[in-house]
Write a protein that binds this ligand. Structure first.
Ligand SMILES: *[C@@H]1O[C@H](CO)[C@@H](O)[C@H](O)[C@H]1NC(C)=O
Ligand SMILES: *[C@@H]1O[C@H](CO)[C@@H](O)[C@H](O)[C@H]1NC(C)=O
Ligand SMILES: *[C@@H]1O[C@H](CO)[C@@H](O)[C@H](O)[C@H]1NC(C)=O
Ligand SMILES: *[C@@H]1O[C@H](CO)[C@@H](O)[C@H](O)[C@H]1NC(C)=O
Ligand SMILES: *[C@@H]1O[C@H](CO)[C@@H](O)[C@H](O)[C@H]1NC(C)=O
Ligand SMILES: *[C@@H]1O[C@H](CO)[C@@H](O)[C@H](O)[C@H]1NC(C)=O
Length: 387
């Protein structure tokens, strides 16, 4: 499932993606805002994998359960046939160059006593790259091994442990994981990385200071002000793909909560800077985050309730067992360092004395939000506090 490339003609793709992008985009800003609010420490998750998980559950659901998913995905009462007509094309439109290490996997694990209808199995095969898997939750150590082997294989060994314990009464688990290590279009020079202060706001008094490895590059970037968020938006492109990291840096040390609470008023598209490239001195901390997150609470607060209590999965099974999704769970890993493609940018001047008429310094030295995105999907979103 790693490194998916697109098999369709470009023109067709644009049409299909253009129409479908509304699904992910609308979902995304409200879900990102809700999930990032869950903690005031580091949080990362994959909005794209969550969309895929919810779409998968949508296929299985009926009645009020389906209705609630419809609302969270903001599909506004569209028929299932309409919703799924374009979804497999949309998934295939993921176009990420081989130079990026992106592993993503997503699967619905179901208790083996649930008999799946052949109609559901057929539809699932047509729409999703991976079908759901029946496991025996009562044999927990065996099932834990099955799940962890699956993720190790899907992620090429970058993620080896997704679950540690299981409840024997589990009926359904929606599990996904993402590992991302990008290669910048223009590398940060390792020689410029220095120990530097990162400020952590406190409830009262002065911010606490910690020491981080701060990377530096001076070069051309897109940079914009977003008044609604009281933040700067900086785009740092990855090598040979449409992928980039968009950083939202609050103007004040403790401004991250304002970003997060106003994010849902924005289209994801508005967040990427639209300016021309300009000379910028970027100070960006190196970081490696590894976060496990149950999305149940965030989804409940968005209105997904029945699925966690007494779900209607009539589109998937006739079994008369009481069903519910026990957990929608993600593990996400991101590594951010200096590495970039071998290309040396002509404008890469390091610390040289040469100055340009307008040159902006952006020092990412207090908690910020980032998105790893292409034109219509957000693979990772996070709040980084560095602690
Ligand atoms: C479950 O959904 C199906 C299909 O929408 C509906 O016919 C059925 O009445 C629902 N079951 C319950 C218990 O609500
Ligand atoms: C799916 O694509 C068709 C035509 O390409 C379009 O008319 C329809 O609105 C799309 N459905 C959704 C849910 O976007
Ligand atoms: C998988 O991992 C191996 C060893 O770490 C590496 O050599 C290989 O390039 C990786 N394959 C993919 C597709 O990432
Ligand atoms: C980093 O510094 C070393 C030692 O001064 C030098 O040999 C090397 O070329 C420098 N690397 C870059 C990318 O500038
Ligand atoms: C994939 O992305 C590359 C780099 O942005 C682009 O050149 C190529 O045309 C894209 N391929 C498709 C099928 O969209
Ligand atoms: C599943 O199907 C089998 C064989 O058709 C049947 O014996 C069993 O009762 C079904 N299980 C449930 C939970 O409906």
């Amino acid at each position: 499932m790693a490194k998916v490339s697109c098999k369709l003609a470009v023109s067709l793709l644009l049409i299909v993606c253009g129409i479908q992008s509304s699904i992910a985009e609308k979902l995304t800003s409200s879900i990102v805002a809700t999930v990032l609010r869950q903690s005031d420490k580091n949080v990362i998750f994959s909005p794209w994998l969550l969309t895929e998980s919810l779409m998968h559950l949508h296929l299985a659901a009926g009645g009020k359960t389906a209705h609630e998913i419809n609302k969270v995905l903001q599909l506004n009462g569209k028929l299932k046939s309409e919703i799924f007509a374009n979804f497999s094309n949309y998934q295939e439109s993921i176009n990420i160059s081989e130079s990026q290490t992106l592993h993503m996997a997503n699967r619905l694990f179901l208790a083996s006593e649930i008999n799946l209808s052949s109609k559901y199995l057929q539809q699932e095969k047509e729409i999703f790259p991976h079908s759901s898997q029946s496991v025996d939750f009562a044999k927990s150590s065996e099932t834990i091994r099955i799940i962890n082997n699956w993720i190790a294989e899907e992620s090429n060994g970058t993620i080896t442990k997704l679950v540690e314990q299981l409840d024997a009464k589990t009926k359904a688990l929606s599990l996904s994981a993402i590992y991302f290590k990008g290669l910048w279009k223009y590398a940060f020079n390792r020689n410029n990385t220095k120990k530097s202060i990162f400020y952590i706001p406190q409830k009262t008094g002065e911010p606490r200071q910690i020491e981080v490895d701060m990377m530096f590059r001076r070069g051309l970037y897109r940079l914009d002000m977003i008044d609604k968020l009281d933040a700067m938006s900086l785009e740092i492109p990855y090598d040979s793909s449409q992928l980039s990291m968009v950083i939202l840096l609050p103007k004040t040390v403790n401004g991250i909560n304002k970003i997060i609470s106003n994010l849902n008023q924005m289209d994801i598209d508005e967040i990427s800077p639209k300016t021309n490239e300009m000379y910028v001195q970027v100070y960006l901390p190196k970081f490696h985050l590894d976060v496990e997150l149950s999305l149940n609470e965030a989804l409940k607060s968005l209105g997904l309730v029945e699925i966690f209590q007494n779900a209607n999965f009539s589109a998937m099974t006739d079994s008369k067992v009481d069903l519910k999704v026990d957990k929608i769970f993600q593990k996400s890993i991101i590594e951010v360092d200096e590495e970039g493609s071998a290309n040396v940018a002509p404008q890469d001047l390091g610390f040289s004395f040469l100055r340009f008429p307008i040159e902006i310094v952006i020092r990412i030295d207090h908690p910020f939000v980032f998105l790893i995105k292409d034109h219509d999907k957000i693979y990772l979103a996070g709040r980084v506090t560095m602690e």
